[in-house]
Design a protein around this ligand. Structure first.
Ligand SMILES: Nc1ncnc2c1ncn2[C@@H]1O[C@H](COP(=O)(O)OP(=O)(O)O)[C@@H](O)[C@H]1O
Ligand SMILES: N[C@@H](CC(=O)OP(=O)(O)O)C(=O)O
Length: 578
């Protein structure tokens, strides 16, 4: 049920709670119009008396909105009357925008920060990326004529068309001439020439079926459809409810990456290019930018679309934060922040209130799916706080990630698991005192382009772990591993140990004896022998390697010993007394 009114004001948006069941979403454009929509459960349910209530609410709305608008316009326009710049970036993951209902809630959430001028980064809706990938691999062998019948393609089509329908949008926003048919506030907000996205997707899958080949380059183009659609839908919805928004494909606004398809890295040139484009558009004609997460392109001209690795929208958000020098980066998930453990392993994991960039980066790199492994880098470089919040529970305080925090009482922050890791024990065939052994071993990995995670060394032996699973595009297949071993065997005796897990204890390594004493007690009680330990350079991470089959039980026991037993609070109390 919507009531629309117009009266003077500047550009702003917000939500006003009118009574316990009714809230008002409003926005004003720079053309001095105010649009507002009412959300009211009782209003929609009770049909009788609707006109009376609508009139009463309209009057009430006008009074309340004008007060908020005045305050907000003052905030936005600054003392000199100039437009204030974007202030924060808000990233919403796939789980946050999985349906029409979720998109409405996210719109409400965006508007619940009327004092902010946000840039929005979106992932693909729900499980779209997984379905596109599956459709791609099935298309390789299903035959061109069967592509239209692929279950995953139908799923993606239905999800997006249903969402468009439920949001009351024109289906042409993703499957037709959006520019000509969308009744948005301002024709400038429309995308230039939108191709028929769903038709193009099906054509691409037919091409894959025809070629019987799905290269990493094609795979990136294929999954890019997810973010391209979610952002178009969300921007159109905001425009429909009167919030001026402008959709952007990241690869069109300067996200330039390496050519490592499926796991590309953002190049430095991205930052000034993105800043120039977003800043310029906002200054000329302010509208909330809705940007595709996860995507970039190789080079400036006709570059192919790349992706930043699974979960890469977090990285898009932090890169935008750094590019625009924003006040804060918010990543909205489906959990109450970064937790003490993966909730799928320990359902009673608790939110961690504060982390440093270093802790968060280790946690992400060593397996916590909640953050993209590279996402902390731009935030750290720009020294911009990252706030991890729950879009399903916005009141929860979440996790704040900053450059430094008070570590005086910190012991253990979080426990992380990385499974299906390959471990190599490498022992030199030469005698003690041989120099250059480590250099030779690592040059072999460098030549083969394989990254090493954890290392423990003595003068003549090295134990190390390789991480195939994190590299989305590349599975260290047996052939590749055999080649590594073959090369290493020229200088050493090699044992290849597969199906290992790294358990990372993220915390204050200054208190390693305390952490290790407790941890080894737990492991001994569980009858587990640790196969490798690495503490070394990182001041926030102690890694223990165990067999895959023992790992989850170890994690549960460790979590319960550290976080459920009162142990940490006892240690903290003791620290405050001393
Ligand atoms: N230490 C952790 N803290 C919080 N969530 C974690 C952790 N480890 C794994 N997860 C998982 O990460 C998920 C959130 O990350 P992700 O799925 O990438 O979110 P989104 O798609 O919303 O960006 C959670 O639902 C949770 O299952
Ligand atoms: N859609 C991409 C990128 C992303 O960041 O997703 P999410 O924010 O839902 O983890 C993926 O699934 O990997």
């Amino acid at each position: 049920m919507a009531v629309v009114a117009q009266f003077g004001g500047g550009a702003c948006c917000g939500v006003v709670k009118l009574d316990s069941s009714t809230s008002l979403v409003f926005s004003t454009s720079f053309q001095s119009k105010v649009s507002f929509a009412l959300s009211s459960t009782s209003f929609c349910r009770k049909r009788e008396g609707i006109c009376g209530k609508r009139r009463a609410l309209k009057v009430c709305c006008e009074k309340r909105v004008s007060a908020v608008v005045e305050k907000d316009v003052a905030l936005r326009q600054g003392a000199d009357g100039n437009v204030e710049q974007l202030s924060i970036v808000m990233k919403f993951g796939g789980s946050s925008v999985a349906s029409a209902e979720r998109m409405k809630e996210v719109a409400g959430l965006v508007l619940s920060f009327p004092e902010e001028r946000p840039a929005i980064v979106l992932s693909a809706m729900g499980k779209t990326t997984n379905n596109l990938l599956l459709a791609g691999s099935k298309a390789v062998c299903c035959g061109v004529s069967n592509v239209s019948e692929l279950h995953e393609l139908s799923f993606v089509k239905e999800l997006h068309l249903k969402t468009i329908d439920e949001l009351g949008l024109e289906s042409s926003i993703i499957s037709g001439k959006y520019c000509l048919s969308l009744s948005c506030i301002d024709s400038l907000l429309c995308m230039p020439q939108c191709a028929d996205i769903l038709v193009e997707l099906e054509q691409l899958l037919k091409g894959i079926a025809m070629m019987k080949e799905l290269t990493p380059r094609t795979r990136d183009y294929l999954v890019s459809f997810g973010e391209c659609m979610s952002t178009r839908i969300f921007a159109a919805y905001l425009n429909k409810i009167g919030i001026k928004a402008r959709q952007y494909d990241a690869f069109e606004i300067g996200f330039i990456t390496t050519d490592d398809f499926t796991n590309a890295d953002i190049l430095e040139a991205t930052y000034p290019a993105v800043a120039k484009r977003l800043h310029g558009d906002w200054t000329n004609d302010p509208a909330i930018p809705i940007i595709t997460g996860f995507l970039g392109k190789v080079g400036w001209k006709s570059g192919a679309v790349t992706t930043l690795g699974r979960g890469g929208s977090d990285l898009t958000a932090t890169a935008i934060g750094k590019a625009l020098g924003l006040r804060e980066i918010q990543v909205w998930k489906d959990v109450d922040g970064v937790l003490t453990c993966d909730p799928n392993i320990c359902p009673n994991a608790k939110p961690v209130p504060h982390l440093t960039f270093e802790e968060a980066a280790e946690l992400a790199y060593f397996g916590a799916q909640v953050l993209h492994p590279q996402s902390m880098r731009p935030a750290r470089e720009g020294d911009i706080p990252v706030r991890v919040k729950n879009s399903y529970n916005p009141r929860a305080p979440g996790t704040v990630i900053t450059k430094a925090r008070d570590m005086s009482k910190a012991v253990l922050t979080s426990i992380v698991l990385k499974s299906n890791v390959t471990m190599l024990d490498i022992v030199s065939t030469r005698m003690l005192g041989q120099y250059g052994f480590l250099a030779k071993v690592f040059s072999i990995f460098e030549d083969l382009g394989i990254s090493v995670d954890c290392v423990a060394t003595s003068e003549v032996s090295i134990s190390l772990t390789l991480d195939p699973s994190k590299l989305w595009n590349r599975e260290l297949i047996q052939q590749e591993l055999d080649h590594v071993v073959e090369e290493l065997e020229k200088i050493a005796v090699v044992h290849l140990l597969q199906h290992r897990s790294i358990i990372s204890l993220i915390g204050n390594v200054q208190r390693s004896s305390l952490i290790l004493e407790k941890a080894f007690n737990v492991l001994r009680k569980n009858g587990v022998n640790v196969q490798m330990i690495s503490q070394g350079a990182s001041k926030v991470n102690i890694s223990l390697v165990v067999h895959d089959r023992e790992a989850q039980q170890c994690i549960r026991s460790l979590h319960s010993a550290f976080f459920d037993s009162g142990f940490l609070s006892e240690v903290e109390e003791a620290a405050s007394v001393n």
